[in-house]
Ligand binder design. Structure first.
Ligand code: NAP
Length: 523
């Protein structure tokens, strides 16, 4: 059955694209859910409307006023939470807990930025650092300021976080005073579209501050102008297309890329099979492999343990994974749902076959079968791979399989472990499990240059830590090299991307006036 097209909110009004559109499916049942299309939409009109109407209205407000809008958005989202969970079950195939990572994670992030923004009060600009004398006479000084860029923020997002992926970017953008145009990934666009619809219908934001366009991305990048910004999350291949677009290379449109990543978990060389550090690593690896069926850019893909613990780690992780029932997320006994689409299933199975050319299977959950789902669904069971000669492996350090798949690798010296971790060529996160704080500190310094985040876990924080793969708004998200070279979140650091820094050189008296209008940017 052909379903209806979801309308786009663009140029301040609801507009339905032309043509048949692209269908979205339930990855477990295979039923068609709705369609999206951006065909026939006047892109130039929508970008100009957001830039001019939305931007001007947002910039007329103070940080504190915009923070209050973020609080109102969280209220709207909370009021419609049940509907979002239903959409996530149907369109992403996730169990309730995994839908929560996306939906409640978004609400938490919005709430965090609402609080941070409230503290900036009625300021309309940010003071960046202190005043610096430019002459012997203190009458002439320089003050760096940050002001919102007078353009739009275009977000091109990945399929795995239709909710959090929108709001973790929109919260700092809107707080900064920059209007947002969101283009969600087609496979799971429904939840993004519905959330924008609820916020628009509630009349929270000035018209033009938030637009959504679902369907093809064709022509979006062509609309960007010098003061716009683009933030992309997705595959390295598409990231390359974005980065090499004329808007970025010729107009210097600011561009943030969050791409794929071969994240690692590292067990301390001093660990034993009955140590707390070992148990913490095992629990976190099993959790990371199965949350959202491993469809997290931050998930642990490579596990490094001292060689003496290779077999014990394989057994312990396998025993945990064996408890993961896979199938229809509507069945309460199911712990892990499906991948988001048949395309992703095909991609994960192809990636797994590639990894198997250099690794053996240590655990494969598919023998247990699926609960309330059949072989034609997009369900894939967790698979733990392993190799005893990881130093000579190539594919294992290069191919990201975006599913419940991870590879165990032994190391003979800590230097060898660091060298292998770096072969990921820049990752989002590495977690370290140790009872020795000296080792943890040394490892953190060693790993920091190739990772946006080091998640350093010891028994004293076992019950407190936020999880290897959970992206928290107060910590940086992004990674160098292959991970895209981007930076998001990190508290108020996120505002940098949406502001322009300028050095004002002038009379101390003029700088006094400026200071009275600004709020000190305290990171
Ligand atoms: P993708 O195929 O690259 O798609 C990402 C987005 O780009 C989608 O909205 C897609 O639209 C759009 N797109 C495709 N071709 C485009 C083009 N030529 N110009 C402009 N936009 C274009 O990636 P994906 O498969 O959705 O996401 C999976 C990947 O994302 C994984 O590798 C994962 O590691 C990465 N990821 C990274 C992070 C992070 O924060 N670092 C977070 C989540 C995911 P359509 O859907 O309409 O094709």
């Amino acid at each position: 059955m052909t379903t209806a097209l979801l309308p786009n909110f663009f140029a301040g009004r609801w507009q339905t694209g032309t043509g048949e559109g692209t269908p979205m499916f339930d990855p477990v049942l295979g039923t068609e859910l709705a369609r999206v299309s951006s065909a026939g939409i006047d892109l130039a009109e929508g970008f100009a409307f957001a830039r001019e109407q939305g931007g001007a209205a947002l910039r007329a407000l103070s940080y504190g006023q915009r923070a209050a809008l973020l609080s109102q958005i969280t209220e709207v989202l909370q009021a419609n939470r049940d509907a979002y969970y239903e959409i996530a079950t149907a369109n992403s195939g996730t169990v309730a807990k995994d839908s929560g990572v996306d939906i409640d994670g978004a609400v938490f992030t919005l709430g965090y930025y609402a609080k941070q923004g409230h503290a900036l009060g009625d300021a309309k600009l940010l003071l960046d650092g202190q005043r610096i004398r430019m002459a012997k006479d203190p009458a002439f000084q320089t003050q760096h300021i940050q002001v919102p860029t007078q353009g739009v923020a275009l977000f091109i997002n990945a399929f795995n976080f239709p909710s959090w992926g929108l709001w973790e970017k929109a919260a700092p953008a809107l707080l900064s005073g920059v209007p947002v145009i969101i283009k969600p990934a087609t496979a799971t666009a429904w939840l993004t579209q519905r959330m924008v619809k609820d916020v628009v219908d509630a009349g929270v934001l000035p018209v033009g501050a938030l637009s959504v366009i679902c369907g093809s991305s064709a022509g979006l990048m062509d609309q960007l102008q010098a003061f716009d910004v683009v933030s992309f999350t997705g595959s390295a291949e598409t990231g390359q297309i974005i980065r090499s677009h004329r808007a970025v290379t010729e107009l210097s449109v600011r561009c943030n890329i969050e791409a794929d990543s071969l994240n690692s978990a590292l067990l301390s060389p001093a660990a034993t099979a009955d140590s707390e550090a070992f148990k913490l690593l095992v629990a976190e690896v099993a959790r990371e492999m199965t949350v959202k069926s491993g469809q997290k850019c931050t998930a642990i893909r490579r596990i490094f343990v001292p060689r003496a613990l290779y077999k014990a780690a394989a057994e312990a992780i396998g025993a945990r994974l064996a408890k993961t029932t896979v199938g229809n997320p509507r069945n309460e006994t199911v712990r892990m749902g499906a991948l988001v689409s048949q395309e992703q299933k095909a991609s994960v199975l192809a990636g797994l076959a590639q990894l198997k050319t250099e690794a053996t299977v240590l655990f494969d959950g598919s023998a247990a079968g699926w609960v309330d789902a059949d072989a034609s669904s997009a369900c894939v069971a967790p698979v733990l791979l392993g190799t005893e000669s990881p130093m000579s492996a190539k594919v294992l350090h290069a191919v990201e399989v975006f599913g419940p798949v991870s590879t165990l690798m032994p190391y003979d010296s800590i230097e060898e472990a660091y060298a292998m971790i770096r072969r990921g060529e820049g990752s989002l996160v590495c977690s370290v499990y140790s009872e020795d704080h000296l080792f943890t500190a040394q490892a953190s310094v060693e790993l920091a240059s190739s990772h946006g985040r080091v998640h350093a876990i010891s028994p004293d924080v076992a019950a407190l830590h936020s999880g290897h793969g959970n992206v928290m708004p107060m910590s940086l998200h992004g990674g160098p090299g292959r991970a895209g070279g981007g930076e998001e979140l990190g508290g108020l650091r996120a505002l940098n991307f949406y502001h322009r820094r300028s050095a004002v050189q002038g009379s101390s008296l003029a700088l006094d006036v400026l200071a009275a209008q600004g709020s000190q940017l305290a990171l």
